[in-house]
Design a protein around this ligand. Structure first.
Ligand code: ZN
Length: 505
C-alpha cells in the first residue's frame, strides 16, 4: 500500500535526538511490528496509537504494518514518539496528507485520543529547531516551554481529532499564554552590601567574576566563606538567551523546576554537601535520559564546594574533565552522553582538619603530616585550574562596626565593563574570558608592560613555576580590564602574585 515518514524527537542526554518514524502499510496478515531499538515503552506506542486512532473515529487498517525508527542504534524510551507514530499511520493510509521534514511531533497518546505532555520538551524543541524544524506540534501542556525557542512555530493540541483538524488546516490549535516572566529571585542569596570587612575576599571575588577565574577560599570555620560564595553569584551578568535555554532545560530535566516555569535568567548556584555521592555529583544516564549531577546543574553558573577536602576522591577527580573541557562524558553500555559542565568553581577549605591553623595557628591540634594530607587532596590538576587563592581572616570588631560596603549592583557594573573589554580583545579567539586564555598565547602575544614583565621574571627566578606564572598573567589581565588599562602593569602583576598563594603552596 503505502509508506509515510514523520519526524519525532526523543530525549537523549541533555538535548533531544531527531527520530525518523517510517510507517509502512503492506498487504499481508494483519500485524504491527516496531523495528529500531525500541524500549518496551516505545514498542507499546503501537497499541496506544491504535486505540487512539480508532477511538477518535479514524481507521486502523487490517494490514501488515511495520514501524521503523531511525537512527536505529539509538536506544529509544518513553512515550514521546506516540504522536509521530500515530501521525505516520494516518499519513501512510492517506487519512491525512504527507508531511515534510520541517514538521515535528512530540507527545504521549491516551487510549481515548488525548494528547498528553511528556518530560524534556524544551530540550527537544531546541534540538528540533537546530535541525531545521520550523513547525513543532506538542501537547497543550507542553506548549509554553516549547514556545520559548525562537524561530519555531509551536502548535498546541489537546487530542488527536484536533491535531488532524490542524493538519487539514481546519483548526489553529490551542491558544497559549506567553510564559510568565521568570521569577528567579536574584536577591535570594544575599548582597555584598551586607558584608562587613573581608576587603581582600570582596576584591578577589570581583576579579574572579570579571575574568571567570576559579577561586579558593581558605579560612577557619565560621569566618564567612559560604556567605561570600553565595553573594558571588550576584556579581555575574545575566545569562544570554542561549545560556538561559540550556540552563532551564537542565534544571527542568532534573525536576528542579516545574514544566511551564519561565526561563532561568540568573546563573545557577549549586552547593552540594561534601557527603554527596559520585553519581549525584557527576550525573548518570538511565534509559538514555540524563539525570544531571551537581556539575551539570552548575553549568553556566557557580559550583561551590564547602569543606572541599572532605569530598570523596571520585567527586574531586570527576571535576578534572569539566574544568578542562566544560563538559562531562557519562558512559553507559553502548552509549556516551555528553553533559554540559561549564561552571565557575568556588572552593572553600579549612586550613587543616581542626580548622584552627590560620595566622599563628596557636589553637591547632593537627600533626604536620595530617595537615599536609588534608590539603594535598586538592593538589595537582584540580588546584592548577584555580587562579585565585586567598586566605580569609575573621573580621575584627572594628570591621564589624564599619558601614556597609558597596552593593552587588555597583560591583557587577565594573565586572560587566571589564568583561566587555576582554570580549573585544578575544573577539577572534575561541575563548572570551581571561581565565580561559591559554598561558602560551598570553606569554607570546599578550605580555605585561616592561616593568610588569620584569616583576614576573623575578618571581619565576625565585621559584614561581610555569603554571603559576600563567595564572598570574591571566589574573593580571583581569586586573588591567577592571581599571580599563590596555596592558597589565607592575601593580597588576604584583596584585596577581599576592592573590595566588592562599595557603595552598
Ligand atoms: Zn588544625
Amino acid at each position: 500500500m503505502s509508506l509515510a515518514e514523520v519526524w519525532g524527537v526523543v530525549p537523549a542526554g541533555i538535548s533531544g535526538v531527531m527520530v525518523k518514524v517510517e510507517v509502512d502499510v503492506a498487504r499481508g496478515l494483519p500485524s504491527v511490528g516496531v523495528v529500531g531499538l525500541a524500549h518496551t515503552s516505545v514498542a507499546e506506542a503501537r497499541w496506544r496509537a491504535r486505540s487512539a486512532i480508532v477511538n477518535s473515529g479514524f481507521t486502523w487498517p487490517n494490514s501488515r504494518i511495520t514501524i521503523g525508527l531511525s537512527p536505529a542504534d539509538l536506544p529509544k524510551t518513553g512515550t514521546s514518539l506516540d504522536l509521530p507514530i500515530a501521525v505516520g499511520l494516518l499519513a501512510a493510509t492517506s487519512q491525512i496528507a504527507k508531511l515534510g521534514s520541517n514538521v515535528s511531533f512530540i507527545g504521549e497518546l491516551g487510549l481515548d485520543g488525548a494528547i498528553k505532555p511528556v518530560p524534556g520538551v524544551l530540550a527537544a524543541a531546541i534540538s528540533a529547531q537546530r535541525h531545521g524544524v520550523s513547525t513543532f506540534i506538542v501537547s497543550a501542556g507542553n506548549s509554553r516551554e516549547a514556545r520559548e525557542v525562537e524561530g519555531l512555530e509551536v502548535i498546541a493540541v489537546t487530542n488527536l481529532r484536533q491535531l488532524i483538524a490542524v493538519l487539514r488546516n481546519e483548526d489553529a490549535g490551542e491558544e497559549v499564554d506567553q510564559f510568565p516572566a521568570m521569577i528567579d529571585d536574584a536577591n535570594a542569596l544575599g548582597d555584598f552590601s551586607e558584608v562587613r570587612g573581608h576587603d581582600v575576599a570582596r576584591f578577589a571575588l570581583e576579579v574572579a567574576a570579571a575574568g571567570g577565574h576559579h577561586c579558593s577560599l581558605l579560612g577557619e570555620p565560621g569566618v564567612g566563606k559560604t556567605m561570600l560564595a553565595q553573594r558571588f553569584v550576584s556579581l555575574l551578568p545575566e545569562l544570554n538567551q542561549q545560556q538561559a535555554l540550556d540552563v532551564t532545560s537542565v534544571h527542568a530535566l532534573a525536576g528542579r523546576i516545574e514544566s511551564g516555569h519561565g526561563l532561568l535568567r540568573r546563573p545557577p548556584f549549586i552547593a552540594p554537601h561534601h557527603s554527596i555521592s559520585a553519581g549525584a555529583m557527576l550525573g548518570s544516564v538511565r534509559n538514555g535520559v540524563l539525570l544531571p549531577g551537581a556539575l551539570t546543574l552548575a553549568s553556566e553558573g557557580v559550583l561551590f564546594l564547602d569543606e572541599a577536602p572532605e569530598f570523596d576522591r571520585p567527586c574531586l577527580e570527576g571535576m578534572r574533565q569539566p574544568l578542562e573541557q566544560g563538559s562531562l562524558a557519562l558512559m553507559r553500555v553502548g552509549q556516551t552522553v555528553i553533559a554540559p559542565a561549564r561552571f565557575q568553581l568556588i572552593l572553600a577549605a579549612n586550613p587543616c582538619p581542626c580548622g584552627q591553623a590560620i595566622g599563628r595557628g596557636d589553637g591547632c591540634t593537627c600533626g604536620a603530616q595530617q595537615k599536609r594530607r588534608y590539603l594535598q587532596k586538592l593538589s595537582g590538576p584540580l588546584m592548577d585550574r584555580i587562579d585565585i587563592r586567598i586566605s580569609l581572616t575573621r573580621p575584627t570588631d572594628a570591621h564589624l562596626r564599619m558601614s556597609a560596603g558597596e552593593s552587588s549592583d555597583v560591583i557587577a557594573q565594573r565586572v560587566l565593563l571589564a568583561r566587555d573589554r576582554a570580549h573585544v580583545r578575544w573577539t577572534n579567539e575561541s575563548w572570551n574570558l581571561n581565565a580561559q586564555a591559554p598561558g602560551s598565547v598570553l606569554r607570546s602575544s599578550y605580555p605585561p608592560d616592561a616593568a610588569g614583565q620584569g616583576l614576573l621574571e623575578r618571581a619565576e627566578s625565585r621559584g614561581l613555576n610555569p603554571r603559576g606564572s600563567d595564572r598570574v598573567l591571566r589574573m593580571a589581565w583581569t586586573l588591567a580590564d577592571l581599571e580599563a588599562q590596555d596592558q597589565p602593569n607592575n601593580d597588576h602583576v604584583a596584585t596577581a602574585l599576592s592573590m595566588r598563594g592562599g595557603g595552598f603552596e
